[in-house]
Design a protein around this ligand. Structure first.
Ligand SMILES: [Zn+2]
Length: 433
């Protein structure tokens, strides 16, 4: 359908208001409008409301199929991805995940093992229509010496297809070893990475956060936290991060993932936290599939009663930037997943109610994570931008989100890419015990 060379026009494309800044069109209640998209030299040369200008005779009529910009996945763990067959989670709990992953990392995460699994993940993400990925990299010694060079090589290999970013991942108690932490920060800065830690309610949390912010300021790094991935109502590290950002006068980007316990806390506590999160301009990413899997896991013959996700609606209402992302794929933290952001959006719609109305929720998988990751011109459809978009079969939300859309067309720089998912059998030799 998409020509292999030359310029062309797609007519009758269904585009969404939240992802087409500047397009004057009459949008329906679902936020959709029909548009004609012209593509030349790998870029979108124009987008106009359908019927506003004369359609060329050779235009490709999409018949109202939905066209979205390529996805941005701002929270993944592709260094952990796909280890499930050799290291499953024995009981589906968070502690089960932590212990299983730790022992697999110590025993098996050489450079080739990490590189091959990362590449497998990126191939899947690319085929599903993702253009940019941020991964966390387990950075407890000695893994940081192995994984950061692998990341740098992988970023080069994928340049032009996937913008790959990395954030270090360690429990914040690791910051207590000041000399080692400073070395890690320098390594991250040298790789143009992002400074990331996991926060818990430690007695010295505020002091440790101050050290993290001091290093981020010193090296000009953005921050990315895992916070409060628990049902424990006393977990309020999201608030602590916001307070630390304010009193340190931090002006970089901060992304905070999970924040599960927030949805279990009393309203007054929640309001105070959200005020501070908004004031500190934190962005929040929810990981709905991983949260559904790990949170409220009971293992006592009873059924989970809560979804595990954070308060995205309340955050969005206060102007806090909100995103959803893949998180783990086929590892002890989440047994499933394939870095398909359409699946994440579909699951987000079901778990978090991104519907009735849909409003601007589609930004949560495209424009908003692109802003957080400082990717200019990514995650929207606009004249002058790269012709990077996905043509779906669905013509409405109910059609788009009811089927896997395995036959979607992914267009990069104006051309349809070959969409062949990697075969799991490729990883078999890495999985032998
Ligand atoms: Zn994560």
């Amino acid at each position: 359908m998409i020509p292999a060379s030359g310029s062309y026009q797609l007519s009758n494309a269904r585009v969404h208001r939240s992802l087409t800044p500047g397009l004057a069109a009459s949008y329906d209640a679902d936020g959709f409008a029909l548009a004609d998209i012209a593509v030349a030299d790998g870029k979108i040369s124009s987008i106009v409301a359908h019927g506003k200008s004369k359609t060329p005779a050779d235009a490709i009529d999409l018949g109202g199929r939905i066209v979205l910009p390529c996805f941005v996945d701002c929270h993944t763990h592709i260094d952990k991805g796909h280890i499930w067959p050799r290291k499953p989670n024995p009981d589906g709990t968070f502690m089960g995940a932590l212990n299983a992953t730790g022992s697999d990392r110590t025993a098996r995460w050489g450079a080739e093992d990490v590189a091959r699994r990362m590449d497998f993940s990126l191939r899947s993400a690319y085929v599903h229509g993702t253009k940019a990925v941020r991964t966390h990299l387990d950075s407890v010694p000695p893994q940081e010496e192995i994984s950061w060079p692998v990341f740098e090589a992988m970023r080069e290999k994928w340049r032009g297809r996937i913008d790959l970013q990395a954030a270090c991942l360690l429990g914040i108690e690791g910051v207590r070893d000041k000399a080692w932490f400073e070395r890690l920060v320098k390594r991250v800065a040298a790789a143009k990475g992002v400074l990331g830690v996991v926060t818990y309610m430690l007695p010295d949390l505020e002091e440790l956060l101050d050290q993290v912010f001091a290093q981020a300021i010193k090296h000009g790094l953005d921050l990315d936290f895992h916070a409060d991935e628990t049902e424990d109502v006393s977990a309020i590290s999201l608030k602590k991060i916001a307070e630390a950002s304010l009193w340190n006068g931090f002006d970089g980007n901060i992304l905070v993932g999970h924040c599960c316990s927030l949805s279990r806390q009393p309203d007054l506590e929640v309001l105070d936290t959200l005020d501070k999160v908004a004031k500190a301009r934190l962005a929040v990413v929810s990981l709905p599939m991983c949260n559904l899997y790990l949170q409220d896991r009971r293992n006592n013959g009873t059924t989970p009663r809560w979804r595990g996700v954070t308060l995205l609606h309340e955050m969005r209402a206060r102007g806090i930037k909100v995103a959803v992302a893949s998180d783990n794929t086929r590892d002890p933290f989440y047994a499933y997943g394939d870095l398909d952001m359409l699946e994440v959006y579909r699951m987000g719609t079901r778990i978090l109610h991104f519907d009735h109305p849909v409003g601007d929720w589609p930004k949560a998988v495209a424009a908003t994570p692109a802003e957080v990751m400082r990717l200019d011109g990514v995650g929207t459809l606009a004249p002058g931008g790269s012709a990077d978009f996905i043509v779906f079969k669905g013509r409405s939300w109910t059609e788009l989100l009811s089927r896997p859309e395995s036959d979607r067309i992914v267009v990069r720089d104006g051309r349809a890419i070959e969409r062949k998912l990697p075969d799991y059998a490729e990883l078999d030799e890495l999985m032998v015990g």
